[in-house]
Design a protein around this ligand. Sequence first.
Ligand code: LER
Ligand code: MN
Length: 273
Amino acid sequence: MIRSAVTISLVNEARGGPFVFWDNLAAGVRKAAELGYDAVELFAPSADAVDPQTLKQLLVDHKLTLAAVGTGAGWVRGKLHLTLPDAAKRAEARAFIKSIIDLGGPLGAPAIIGSMQGRHSVDGVDQPTARAWLVEALEELGDYARQYATPLIYEPLNRYETNMVNTVEQGVALLKSLKTRNVLLLADLFHMNIEEVDTAAALRAGRGYIGHVHFVDSNRRPAGDGHINFAPIAAALEEIGYDRYASAEALPWPDSDAAAKQTIAAFKKYFRR
Ligand code: LER
Ligand code: MN
């Protein structure tokens, strides 16, 4: 069964980004539970910024699970990513991601690699070199996540955010090229709306490789506040047996509470028919 999740960002530098709740972990968790979400997805400034015991207790108290933890703060705060020319910086990026895997792993939550994949043909790094570094990192981090029995989640992004992998098809090809089988794709419906010819068809073709969904509309507002037709997307996810999270990574539009309410209503409409 697909489960609902809502994002909480604790990253000041990501202000303006597509996260529903902001700044206050306890308040975000409380709201998520009140509205009937199954889980929260966390965007943390660093692993040290969150006390694992406090996080665990909050989740237990509110009967929620942790859907995933984002790693993008490594980029927005530390200007780190996995395909930088400087080997020491690439190693720092991998260490940052490992620390996030160590934060979410004990709670059963995978880490997400989105903006930390970087881009090629900037900073003098050509495409084959960047691709090889990305593959190397995914092999290492995918295997690292195995100790927690969680996958590592890799996110294709739209062309304005990366030129590494933009579509599910390219993502599946990348995953198939890896030795590790512990990396799965994040299907972010906002990015897919820009890059895919047919989002539902892309999801069907991604069968077995989709590990997380960012449930959001075409304009990054909450599902239902843009022009995505969610019915065929929900049908495709059901058809491929997708049974992980649909997580509201959406702008807090018109405000956090309204965005969370809108998304859970849309979630029920499409995934709890
Ligand atoms: C992260 O999940 C994402 O979708 C990126 O667009 C963040 O920059
Ligand atoms: Mn996303």
